[in-house]
Design a binder for this molecule. Structure first.
Ligand SMILES: Cc1ncc(C[n+]2csc(CCOP(=O)(O)OP(=O)(O)O)c2C)c(N)n1
Length: 343
């Protein structure tokens, strides 16, 4: 069996100090948010074959700790940009489940007004400023938003999620260079899941040059973090946010994660041969959500009853949101040109 990188996930052995630093409410909310994303994604996956959701989907199952760890370090007023794998980031940033599902069902009340679908979630009310299906497409836009914050003296930090494959696009390095030069308040949050569709990292980038080290060479504060550990991700992003707010410029965070499902659509695609199914099974055994839940129970922050209550609450919310989306009205022909032009 090939494991693409040394296992680090779900290792909470050195995390006792986090429990001392944060209150139980915060620690539990991190779990709730991850569990909510997991169950929502499973529900979306389960219903996808019905073909009522008129959108391609890219599931984030396995990567929840990265979404939640990063967004929990941002304020609502901080703005977020994303690539095509949007669901976790949107929900973790405070996005509305009904709005997201309605968007997938191509309904009038979808969070992007049925214009976007899963790859283009947009919701300015929670700081989800935009997402782009063009690999690395959101990176220069997020950099421009950080420049805008700096020029206008606005207090927000701009954060952009990008994949490991996005770092193979020139636009990323032009953005990083500019951000470092101007000391922009921006965080480049790279979810390194080691695959670009079905091409592994080692076939795309030279061995021995970690992505975060390339960013460091451009003059950014740059760190690598275990993306399966929500606490470590939160800490790395909180540090980057504090630096940005102090005017110390951009940060790059490489979070090592593993995607359990195929690149797009429902199900695991490892039978196609691009990755070893045993590798997927290995990562599923080291689940970032269950691992963190077990850790909280060991620490006495959470008990089994509370965990079960979370499951129930999430399940109820999901059922209600699907009903809402299914029953919502379709877009109207007369609105076709709304949002197409602005004065
Ligand atoms: C500019 C561009 N090139 C190619 C594609 C086709 N494409 C879609 S997703 C993807 C891989 C993205 O991998 P990564 O950025 O690591 O994100 P992940 O899917 O792993 O989350 C590619 C090559 C695209 N959408 N845009």
């Amino acid at each position: 069996m090939v494991i693409n990188f040394p296992y680090q996930g779900s290792d909470f052995d050195s995390c006792d100090e986090f429990v001392e630093r944060h209150d139980a409410d915060f620690l539990t909310r991190l779990l709730y948010s991850m569990l909510r994303i997991r169950r929502i994604e499973e529900a979306i996956e389960g219903k996808y074959h019905e073909d009522q959701m008129k959108t391609p989907i890219h599931l984030v199952i396995g990567q929840e700790a990265a979404s939640v760890g990063a967004c929990s370090a941002l304020r609502e007023s901080d703005i977020l940009y994303c690539g095509h794998r949007t669901h976790g980031a949107y929900l973790a940033k405070g996005g509305d489940l009904k709005g997201m599902l309605s968007e997938f069902f191509c309904r009038l009340n979808g969070c992007a007004g049925s214009r976007g679908g899963s790859m283009h979630l947009l919701d300015k009310s929670v700081g989800m400023a935009g997402s782009s299906a063009i690999v690395a497409g959101a990176v220069p836009i997020a950099t421009g938003a950080a420049l805008s914050a700096q020029l206008r003296g606005d207090d927000y930090v701009s954060c952009v999620f990008l994949g490991d494959a996005a770092t193979e696009e020139g636009a990323v390095w032009e953005s990083l260079n500019f951000a470092a030069l101007k000391k922009l308040p921006i965080i480049y949050f790279c979810e390194n899941n080691f695959f670009s569709v079905c091409t592994p990292l080692e076939e795309r980038q030279p061995a021995g040059v970690a992505i975060y080290k390339k960013a460091a060479a451009f003059g950014l504060h740059s760190v690598q973090v275990d993306g399966s550990n929500v606490l470590k991700v939160n800490e790395a992003v909180a540090d980057a946010v504090a630096r940005a707010r102090r005017g110390e410029g951009p940060s790059f965070i490489e979070a090592e994660v593993y995607r359990w499902r195929g690149h797009g659509g429902a199900g695991d695609d490892s039978h196609t041969g691009y990755r070893d199914p045993a590798e997927v099974a290995y990562w599923q055994k080291h689940c970032p959500v269950e691992g963190y839940a077990d850790f909280l129970q060991q620490q006495g922050v959470l008990n089994a009853l509370q965990r079960a209550a979370m499951e129930q609450q999430i399940s109820d919310e999901i059922s209600e949101a699907f009903l809402h989306a299914e029953k919502s009205p379709n877009p109207r022909k007369e609105d076709l040109y709304t949002h197409a032009y602005c004065d």
